[in-house]
Design a protein around this ligand. Structure first.
Ligand code: ASP
Length: 568
């Protein structure tokens, strides 16, 4: 019997063998109370014979027998779910004792995360964590409901694969049977799901584990979960419709939230010019304004230089007069992110003030005083560089109107390549179709891709693309990316071969499920919605993974470890 089944019993009826953990023991006026907690809820137990239960401690797992009492109205504890019920204890059997706890099983604890992860099974006994894990399970269930309704095949793919890095570094697994060779764990099932399309399957989905060995980045996990989808004869529109139906269904069934479809759609270029980011939070309605035209004949030297170099002067006109310290704080925030500084003017009673006000020419002054009692904040420079600071500024100066609104937006028409850490990288992955093949072949660095992202409240939920189904073009893309003929053949030859036997057009998408649940549950980090996550540095405090292997074990894999001295 579960605690929630107690509501089916009558007053004074006997409750036999109700099991759970002892939670919060209290003594009051010769009575002893404790709450019995099961996987779902709690109920109060009372005894007038406390001496008999002297040895009882928090988190003992017990079986309770006693009389159910429906409390009088005035005694009902409205704060708790079964606050109108109580059990008068007649017998208690201790099934399993508990050691002293490393932290209390209650919400809002301030315990170090390291300790919570070391005892994750205790951490998940806490209601807030338990709710997150149940929401995760319900999300999986709900995803499967939509996928079944849409008749999409659930198919699995291997996790020991050939190393073909997709952007991050691979996790590698040594092969014992072929010493000196290695499998990799998949960064995503990308090529396998495409192979399903080449194998004549109509569609595919999988709730897939992905592994990326990245340098510690905030709120990333080396191992994470995706809803991975691929559709034969699909294009961006088909795929986006499926993802919209999925989101709508999951939000409704798991989180009781109605969202309208189709979702808003904007291009990458629009996103960068209006919001300064490809992950805009559309709960904030204010967008970036381009002030460049005001300064075409300026005498302000750094702005003059910007305009000469095809840069822009962009920012926000705020309908209030910010104080000097408010402006200084924003300036510092941007400088910490690398900005050369925040430009500003205040317009008060039709008079412009600010460090640059004296250098304004008449035309500029006349333009600015068209507004009154407001503050203009701006960044001057190359659009690509200033966008980031304007995104930060926008999210700082405008508050989010409602925490409980959910603004989805599709971003499409991404550039094919981008520069990441000084290196040319496909902005999605190299299996993405260029938007226009001839444009791509003649000028790959400026070409667009059939790549689309889904963003929810400023968080990138997932990415997808239409795929290349022409082996020649696939080779061409890999070579424009900078791979040599030999690298292409070694790493991707098998895949290009597979594309060479009549390949249907196909497109797909992957949703980062951890991030999605974290957003829906208002969790601080994705670690709070993953049952057994790793720390920021990739360690598992629960069992100290990764750990050493003995020399004998390593020998079986033909591996020897040389200690690496730190070179000063
Ligand atoms: N494999 C891609 C990723 O993990 C998603 C896709 O293109 O379907 O981002």
């Amino acid at each position: 019997m579960d605690i929630s089944d107690l509501t089916k019993l009558k007053n004074k009826e006997i409750v036999n063998d109700l099991r759970g953990w002892v939670d919060t023991i209290r003594h009051h006026g010769g009575l002893m109370f404790f709450e019995l907690r099961d996987h779902e809820t709690k109920v109060q137990i009372v005894t007038d014979n406390p001496e008999q239960f002297d040895n009882l401690k928090n988190e003992f797992y017990v079986s309770v027998t006693g009389n159910l009492v429906k409390r009088k109205k005035e005694n009902v504890n409205k704060e708790v779910l079964f606050g109108d019920l109580e059990i008068e204890l007649s017998n208690l059997e201790i099934i399993s004792e508990s050691k002293t706890l490393p932290f209390q099983i209650e919400d809002n604890i301030e315990t170090d995360e390291q300790i919570r992860l070391k005892h994750r099974y205790l951490d998940i006994r806490r209601k807030e964590m338990n709710n997150n894990i149940i929401a995760r399970s319900n999300t999986f269930k709900s995803i499967r409901e939509v996928m079944n309704k849409l008749n999409i095949n659930e198919l699995d793919t291997p996790t020991l694969i050939k190393s073909t890095p997709e952007g991050a570094k691979d996790f590698i697994v040594p092969s014992r049977k072929s010493p000196g060779t290695f499998y990799a764990l998949p960064q995503s099932p990308q090529m396998y799901k495409q192979l399903f399309m080449l194998s004549g399957l109509k569609n595919y989905y999988q709730i897939a584990k992905c592994y990326r060995d990245e340098d510690s980045r905030k709120d990333r996990q080396p191992e994470f979960t995706q809803l991975d989808i691929e559709i034969s004869n699909g294009d961006p529109k088909t795929v986006q419709k499926i993802i919209e139906s999925t989101m709508k269904h999951v939000l409704k069934t798991v989180y009781s939230i109605e969202v309208k479809t189709p979702f808003t759609k904007i291009t990458y270029d629009e996103a960068m010019s209006l919001y300064g980011t490809d992950k805009p939070d559309l709960r904030i309605k204010e967008t970036i304004t381009d002030f460049t035209n005001i300064f075409m004949d300026t005498e302000i030297s750094f702005i003059k230089e910007t305009i000469k170099n095809n840069g822009t002067v962009r920012g926000f006109l705020i309908n209030k007069l910010l104080s000097r310290s408010e402006i200084d704080n924003l300036d510092e925030l941007l400088k910490n992110e690398g900005s050369p500084g925040l430009g500003w003017f205040k317009i008060e009673n039709k008079k412009v003030s600010g460090p640059l006000a004296k250098i304004l020419n008449e035309k500029e002054n006349n333009e600015l005083v068209k507004n009154d009692n407001c503050t203009m904040l701006f960044q001057s420079g190359k659009q690509a560089e200033s966008s980031h600071y304007l995104d930060t500024l926008r999210r700082k100066i405008y508050s989010i109107p409602s925490e409980n609104s959910y603004e989805f937006v599709w971003i499409d028409d991404f550039p094919y390549f981008e520069i990441e850490n000084g290196e040319l990288q496909p902005s999605h992955h190299p299996f993405t179709s260029p938007k226009d093949t001839s444009e791509f072949l003649s000028n790959p660095n400026d070409a667009k891709a059939l790549h689309y992202d889904l963003v929810l409240n400023g968080i990138e939920l997932g990415s997808g693309s239409q795929r290349i189904n022409d082996p020649k073009l696939q080779k061409e893309v890999l070579s424009k990316w900078g791979l040599s003929e030999t690298e292409i053949n070694d790493r991707f030859g098998w895949f290009i071969e597979a594309l060479s036997y009549g390949s249907p057009q196909h497109a797909g998408f992957a949703v980062g499920i951890d991030r999605f649940i974290a957003e829906m549950m208002n969790a601080d980090s994705i670690r709070d919605v993953i049952p057994f996550p790793k720390t920021q540095s990739g360690l598992d405090p629960l069992n100290n993974a990764p750990s050493n292997l003995s020399i004998l074990e390593l020998q079986e894999y033909n591996i020897s470890i040389e200690s690496i001295e730190n070179e000063e």
